[in-house]
Design a protein around this ligand. Structure first.
Ligand code: ZN
Ligand code: ZN
Length: 299
């Protein structure tokens, strides 16, 4: 009899036969480090007994869910509450407790479910089983969707409702996508952008990469493609699979892309030049030197 197993190295869930799968497809990818001493896979009962679930309203009507200690790379899942159009869940926490699922149910459940890419799926399968939402995934991520059913594959764009639109970016992974929330001027950016925050939650640095841990930059063509997809989208705040950045996200992304295209590709973090994150054209934001990548979550 098959059941679900979580890779304790990265947190990716697979359906397989006992005693568990022979390997993890996310860990085998060039972006992720292999587990130093081989794989261990945990069942739902083992994971549920080990992790505590936390959640918080990080912006009005937007809830973030995470585990302590984290499972694998520890992505955080979002629930965007919309009483008119139905709630949208984007990205997944490693494991959802019964209390968390009850809380989501009290907020109106989930009508649409999606994620940017397979590194941050977390336990989407639990949300599919509990709420039977429309599961909307870019078609190139389908090989990683074996743990749950997808009933709305898309290519370049999928409009869940007028306030929630998915856009394919590719590049970080072939099927990587972002979720744009036009009325809220927010972008759920997946691993297209990563921020470093200060103690007050203000973004101080930004980065982008093919692989975060392996420190592989995007090519110039990759960066120009991100620019082409993101520039037409109106947003100010950004939600990564780890950190909410309430404001200044688009200006920061512009600084980053300009710096990336001004010289050789880099995966280091770029200090943002002003506290408001507006591009400082008079002093030349492109002259800022990226710093070494800090330790942290990500793939
Ligand atoms: Zn793995
Ligand atoms: Zn990733």
């Amino acid at each position: 009899m098959h059941q679900l197993y979580a890779c304790t190295n990265c947190g990716f869930w697979q359906r397989y036969f006992a005693p568990g799968p022979p390997s993890c497809p996310v860990c085998l990818d060039y972006r992720h480090p292999l587990p130093p001493n081989g794989w261990t896979f945990a069942t739902e009962a083992e994971v549920g007994g080990r992790l505590r679930m936390q959640w918080a309203e990080v912006l009005p009507g937007i809830w973030q869910f995470w585990n302590e200690p984290q499972l694998g790379i520890g992505p955080r899942g979002y629930l965007i509450v919309d009483a008119e159009h139905g709630n949208v869940a984007f990205e997944g926490a490693g494991y959802y407790s019964a209390e968390a699922l009850d809380f989501i149910r009290d907020l109106g459940g989930i009508r649409y479910l999606s994620a940017s890419h397979c590194h941050v799926f977390g336990a989407l399968w639990q949300l599919v089983e509990a709420f039977e939402p429309e599961v909307v995934m870019q078609q190139d991520e389908l090989p990683f969707c074996q743990a749950f059913r997808v009933n709305w594959p898309y290519e370049d764009r999928a409009e869940l409702h007028p306030g929630a639109v998915l856009h394919h970016t590719g590049r970080h992974t072939p099927g990587h996508a972002v979720l744009h929330l036009p009325p809220r001027q927010l972008l759920c950016c997946g691993d297209a952008l990563k921020f470093k925050l200060d103690a007050d939650g203000q973004a101080t640095h930004i980065s982008t990469h093919r692989a975060y841990d392996a420190h592989i930059p995007l090519s110039h063509a990759d960066v120009r493609h991100y620019q082409a997809v993101l520039e037409p989208l109106e947003f100010d705040g950004v939600l990564t699979p780890w950190e909410p950045v309430p404001a200044g996200g688009k200006a920061a992304a512009r600084q980053l892309f300009a710096a990336q295209l001004a010289g050789r590709p880099f995966a280091d973090i770029l200090p943002l030049t002003t506290s408001s994150h507006a591009p400082d054209l008079t002093h030349g934001s492109n002259s800022v030197v990226p710093e070494s990548l800090a330790a942290g979550a990500g793939v």
